[in-house]
Design a protein around this ligand. Sequence first.
Ligand SMILES: Cc1cc2nc3c(=O)[nH]c(=O)nc-3n(C[C@H](O)[C@H](O)[C@H](O)COP(=O)(O)OP(=O)(O)OC[C@H]3O[C@@H](n4cnc5c(N)ncnc54)[C@H](O)[C@@H]3O)c2cc1C
Length: 505
Amino acid sequence: MKSHDLKYDVIIAGSGLGGLLCGSILAKEGMHVCILEKSRKAGGCLQTFKRKGVVFDTGVHYFGGMDPGQTLHRYWDYFGLTKSLELERMNRDGFDIIGISDREYPMAIGFDHFVEQLLPHFPSEKENLEKYTCSLKVISAGFPLYNLELPKDHTEEKYRSQSAFDFFYALNESENPSDGIHTGRLSSVLAGNNLIYAGNRKHTPLHLPALINHSFISSAWRTVGGSAQIAEKLMEGILSNGGEIHLDEEVIGICLNEDEFEVMTKPGRCFTSKKFISGIHPAKTLKMMEPTVFRKTFFKRITNLKNTVSSFAVYIVLKDRSFPYLDHNYYYHSTDDVWNESNREGWPSGYMLHTPAPASEDGFARNMIILAAMPFKKVKKWEDTRKGNRGSEYLEFKDHFAASLLELAEQRFPGLRSAISYMEASTPLTWRDYTGIPEGSMYGIERDYQDPLITTLLPATKIPGFYFTGQNISLHGMLGVTIGAVLTCGEIIGLEYLLNNIRNT
Ligand SMILES: Cc1cc2nc3c(=O)[nH]c(=O)nc-3n(C[C@H](O)[C@H](O)[C@H](O)COP(=O)(O)OP(=O)(O)OC[C@H]3O[C@@H](n4cnc5c(N)ncnc54)[C@H](O)[C@@H]3O)c2cc1C
């Protein structure tokens, strides 16, 4: 293809959910869209892989708000996703089970049901449980885009500058330690799924758990057969509207030539457009540009931002009829200190375990993923190595930590280890090389309630035609990245116009 053929209205770097959603919106609007993806498969964290014929998700295990009329359903209707995805509703009485030490607590679907299900475990905490669900409703009502409304005032800002930890901790005031439960147990339980937002005692702002938990309590779902179907449906829509998706086309340089972007890729091609959207990590994006394009202070701010913690995971193919299918996730913590577990000595002290859908015909699980937060420093000494070539010490490290994680999980699920037919593990390095996210961070830039302005990235920049999208702008996850894509494209085609189209679908 000659370079003059590689001219588009908009180029999008990265085919993760953010890039694909932006591509869908703009292609629908008649723009000539080109998505450039470094991997051989599209989807970023939506990608799946197969072992022994069983499908494993990489970065999407469940999401919320998919009943008609709920937030994600309303957005995804516009993208044609609500009727075409194969989904399974998670257990109404407990989509997440939180295990702390030797006790277990359900997080149920439906706000009243959520309180009812936890009340037997905290009989004296009705008021605090109701205060919690009521706060989730108030906070989510304060975020216009969560309700498909145009942002008008700044009510949501106050939640970005409040500590999530303090909010949960304050819910313990009336707890009676004499009932045999650790003081503070209620707050530990309510924050017990904080791996899904990389909860950090010192930094996490309140809006993250509030919006995420509101959406899960509204309704919780997992995909049947893997999350790659989300990427496939979006790609179909983009291609049918004349868009192009180039795989194995890693972006390595972005130049601004007058009012046109020239995007260079590893295979040696140059793509041009008037508009450019980066769906890859902002720090990586800026490092691909001439240092003079953005102000030094902006460059320094973005490239110095901290990222959320990374993860270590084991992917297990189970023997036939050896382990029951769980229609919920299981989050385990060995102590009540459920925050910042990854940094403690004696890793791991907690994990998230789930059995992906579908179950086998006789109701058993086919496979399992166990995930725990792991800081990059644990693998730093191998940071200059590449997949398949990291050396024997690294392989020993992986085996050792996989065995430790399994040992902890076996305490709750006796017989688990003997149910394994095949197993492999991933580390922060696997994740870094697979997604291109610095240090293999799970959710990109870490938002900090003490510095909300600095750690919040806007989709539009000072450079006309240059935008960001993906998990680093609004929120991470299916819901957050969807809202982020709408914000990004709203900058290009008008947010009010776009929201109207979405609401009227
Ligand atoms: C372990 C884990 C579990 C998770 N579980 C859930 C969950 O259960 N529910 C949920 O809602 N969310 C979950 N998330 C979060 C969710 O997956 C992400 O927030 C979301 O998918 C991010 O989408 P994105 O488009 O911003 O980025 P990504 O999916 O990271 O996409 C970025 C894309 O850019 C590509 N790329 C990178 N560099 C280049 C380059 N130079 N040139 C071209 N392409 C490039 C990458 O290959 C990738 O395809 C999880 C995340 C992790 C890590």
